[in-house]
Design a protein around this ligand. Sequence first.
Ligand SMILES: Nc1nc2c(ncn2[C@@H]2O[C@H](COP(=O)(O)OP(=O)(O)OP(=O)(O)O)[C@@H](O)[C@H]2O)c(=O)[nH]1
Length: 570
Amino acid sequence: MSNSDKSGEGASKWRDKYLDALDQQEAAERAYQEELQILQRALVRVSVAADGQQRDLDAALELLRSSIRNNEKSRFHSALKALDAALLQFDDARDEMSTSLRAAMQSLIVPLLAREPARPLKKSLRELAQEVTRQGELLRSYPELLARLAGLQAEVLAVEEVPQSEKGGFLSRLMGSHQTSAAEGGESTPVHPSSDQPRERLSSGKSDRALFELNPNASLRDSETVSENMRNIINDLLQSVEAQALEPARVSALQQRLRSGITNADLIPMLEEVRDLVMAAYMAATRTFAAYLNEVNLELADIYGVLDAAVLHSGDLQSASDTMQADVLAEFERLQSQASEATDLTQLKNQVQSRLGSIRAALNAYRQRTSAAAPVTEQLSALAHRLKTMESEARKNREVLEEQRKKALQDSLTGLPNREAYNERIALEAQRFRRYGNPLVLAVCDLDYFKKINDTLGHQAGDRVLRVLSSAINKRLREVDFFGRYGGEEFVVIMPETTPEQAYTVLDKIRAAIFKTDFSYKDMPVELSVSIGIAEFRADDSAEQVFERADKALYEAKAAGRNQCRLADG
Ligand SMILES: Nc1nc2c(ncn2[C@@H]2O[C@H](COP(=O)(O)OP(=O)(O)OP(=O)(O)O)[C@@H](O)[C@H]2O)c(=O)[nH]1
């Protein structure tokens, strides 16, 4: 190849390379322009969304938008600088605002706490104060925090206005009454914090908390409708109650309320009602099943009686079988001895044939004697087999049922009877008290400063404290006393045949013993103490009224410094 050919080839290679590079450059340019446009559009949208927060910020955002719209590069840079400064200012202003909002919220909560509201209300207020400290930096959390504060404030103030006689029992307010009033049951009556029904006020205060427990990201606007998912779950629960044909009117009223759409404000009172219905349905189903098992047991006992008699009457079958076995064995023995004595094969063959004939005859005789009775015997043995299976199934069912019942009435953390078990027992004891008038005492115990234990050592330590405390109290009470976990760090003691003074002596000893207990968690000593409120049953008292008095005495014990017992006022 000549030199000029070589240089022509080299030039064309370089041209191709140059054209390729040019194509790549153009493609990169196009991509860059597209990305730039996307960024500009996004910037404009964000700036529109951020409008209206603050005047300086709005002006900086408008400057930025117009520089983008008119494609003015130099203005774009100065607009970015102005925006930066406005944002810093805005941040400071927002911090200031959240600090002053936080202070304002706390200054609203403190006077409410100073009014010494009932313990559950006090708890809710304290929790709210903590949440304000925790979440107070987020301006968007204020609508929810304010709604909670408004609800609690209404409760505190309204409780003070409602005369004692109209308040209803603490228990019924806390647990939710089993009977709903016409207003409560009304189709679309929204349950609002400002409602003047004491139970509803309390429930709605709890609603907010419970909602957050269900979904920490939940928005708590009372007027928001509840999600379809949640409505379906409630509906499923109602259907399971409906299947038990229990309180059909109440169930269909709830279903109708659900269909017409419920808001967050309605949710918790409704869930409380559904919970009561489901519990009642479960208990009713348990009772029905237990009654059925009882009937099966009685029937089994009857059938066994009949079988026993049949076995007695089948004595002749047994003797037929014995005769047949004896005949067959005798024939075999004869066969054996003849076989050993036989001198030739033909003789042996004849002897075997004759003996086999005898065995066949014995078997035939047995078959004839038993053939008449055979169907009855087979039926009896099939029946016995079926009965055995039924009996073992019934026993298993009984065990499962017993297990379920135990679980439903037991607190899983401490193994103590739970609030449902307390409800059953207190109703029984109150009935006995009304009939016989023997002294009956109810005490409410509450661990002191439990929150501090949880906060400093963690929930696991708290749980261990609850278990230790439960067994420490339980082992010091009599068999006839009832000791259960009412909820959280609160326990209840029912002491039948006991005067308040006797109860005081026993419980104060227990209190002192707990205070002396050396408890430590991971080598850290933890001081434990309890406060106890004690109240006796008086004529015409309901269990709720006595609970309320005991709880009030407990509150006084707490206020007087904790680690003490207090008798409710006469
Ligand atoms: N570890 C644990 N903590 C629980 C349980 N149930 C409730 N608690 C906590 O118990 C604490 C109760 O706190 P508070 O009502 O403020 O009562 P306290 O700190 O004992 O204060 P006083 O009763 O006034 O002496 C809360 O922090 C609850 O979270 C539980 O099952 N396990």
